[in-house]
Design a protein around this ligand. Structure first.
Ligand SMILES: [Zn+2]
Length: 339
C-alpha cells in the first residue's frame, strides 16, 4: 500500500511539491529568524492549500483516513475506529445511492483516503468504474463481502444478484461490522485491541437494537403489519421483523415502474384496507402521492404515515444522524402509523 500511496500523491493537484522544493532551498541558507519563520509560514500555507483535505504524507503522523460511500457505512467505521480514524461519507442526508455519481470533489477525497468502504451488491450502481479504478491503488472494501449468499435476498429480476439493503436487518449489519473491523486492523495493527473493544461494545448495542425492533413491530396487529414504500428497500427489514413489505419501484430507484404496477399497488392497498403508506427521505415523494390519490379515486382513504430513512441517514446531530437513531426513527414512524 505504501507504493500506491506515493502514486496517489502525484495525483493531487496544485503542484505542491514544486512549491515546497523552492521554499525548502531558501530555508537552508542561514537567514535571520524572522525570515525563517515567514518562509516556514509560507511553506505551511502552500502545503495546506495543496492538500485539498489532506496531503500525501507520513501516515504515522496522522489518523487513518476512511472514506465511506453512505452515511450508514461511515457510522460503522466511526464506531469501530473511534479516535484513531478520520471518517468521511460521500453521500449525505437525502442522497440516493442508486443514482449517485462521484463528483470532482469526491474523487479528491477518495484519492486522499487510506481505506474506501462501500456497500457493494450494486447499491452504488453508478460508482462501479470509479471504485474499480481505486481498487488498483488502495484498500477498497465492500462491507457486504463477508455475508454468505444464503443470508442475502435474491434480486427478483437478475439471477445471481442480491438486494443491497442489508442495513435494515440489524443482525446482518452486525456482520458488515466484522468486515470493517478486519479492514481497520489490517491497516493499523497497532490499534487492534482498541478497535476490537469498540467493535464489541457496538456489537452489543446492535444486538439490543435488534431485540427492540422485534418487540416494537410486534405491537402492530398482524393484519395491519404491511409496509408500503416508494422503492423496495425494506425486504431485509420485513424478513427480520416479520412485516410484509411492498414497494412501488424495484430494489433500485433506477428501475422503472409501469401503469400496471401502479394499478396493482392501488388495488392491493384498497383490497387490504391499508391505512398508511410511507415516503422515503432519499426518494421523490411524487409517486407515493400519486398512489394516495389513486386510492382516493377508488374510494379508499390512505394517508402518508410518515417519512422513512431508507437509503440515507438524517442530518448529523439529529435523531436519525446515526445508524441506530435512523433505525429507531423508522420503527417509531412505522409503529405509530400502522397501529
Ligand atoms: Zn434503495
Amino acid at each position: 500500500m505504501g507504493g500506491a500511496f506515493g502514486e496517489f500523491s502525484g495525483l493531487i493537484p496544485n503542484g505542491r511539491s514544486a512549491g515546497e522544493a523552492s521554499q525548502g532551498n531558501g530555508l537552508d541558507n542561514g537567514q535571520p529568524n524572522t525570515m525563517r519563520i515567514a518562509a516556514f509560514l509560507l511553506l505551511l500555507l502552500v502545503f495546506l492549500l495543496g492538500c485539498e483535505g489532506g496531503p500525501a504524507d507520513d501516515k504515522a503522523d496522522r489518523k487513518l483516513r476512511v472514506v465511506a460511500t453512505t452515511g450508514m457505512i461511515a457510522d460503522l467505521a466511526r464506531h469501530i475506529g473511534g479516535d484513531s480514524v478520520e471518517v468521511l461519507a460521500l453521500m449525505g442526508p437525502g442522497v440516493d445511492p442508486h443514482l449517485y455519481k462521484a463528483t470532482q470533489g469526491d474523487l479528491g477525497r477518495l484519492r486522499a483516503a487510506d481505506i474506501v468502504l462501500y456497500n457493494g451488491l450494486h447499491l452504488e450502481g453508478k460508482m462501479g468504474e470509479v471504485l474499480e479504478k481505486l481498487e488498483q491503488i488502495k484498500t477498497v472494501v465492500p462491507v457486504s463481502r463477508g455475508i454468505g449468499v444464503d443470508r442475502l435476498i435474491d434480486h427478483p429480476e437478475y439471477e445471481g444478484t442480491y438486494d443491497p439493503h442489508i442495513w435494515f436487518d440489524v443482525q446482518l449489519w452486525a456482520e458488515a461490522l466484522d468486515e470493517v473491523l478486519a479492514t481497520l486492523i489490517e491497516a493499523d495493527p497497532a490499534n487492534r485491541s482498541y478497535f476490537e473493544r469498540n467493535a464489541e461494545a457496538y456489537r452489543r448495542e446492535l444486538a439490543e437494537l435488534h431485540k427492540w425492533v422485534r418487540q416494537e413491530i410486534k405491537k402492530i396487529p398482524p393484519e395491519r403489519r404491511i409496509l408500503i414504500t416508494a422503492h423496495d428497500a425494506f425486504s431485509y427489514f420485513g424478513r427480520a421483523y416479520d412485516i410484509e413489505v411492498r414497494g412501488l419501484q424495484g430494489i433500485s430507484t433506477v428501475s422503472e415502474f409501469g401503469l400496471k404496477d401502479r394499478v396493482d399497488l392501488i388495488d392491493f392497498i384498497a383490497g387490504r384496507g391499508i391505512k398508511a403508506v410511507f415516503v422515503e427521505t432519499s426518494v421523490s415523494q411524487k409517486n407515493i402521492r400519486a398512489i394516495v390519490e389513486g386510492c382516493r379515486q377508488k374510494g379508499h382513504e390512505v394517508r402518508i404515515g410518515g417519512s422513512l430513512y431508507s437509503d440515507a441517514m438524517g442530518e448529523a446531530g439529529g435523531p436519525a444522524g446515526e445508524y441506530t437513531g435512523m433505525v429507531r426513527s423508522n420503527v417509531n414512524t412505522i409503529v405509530n402509523a400502522l397501529n
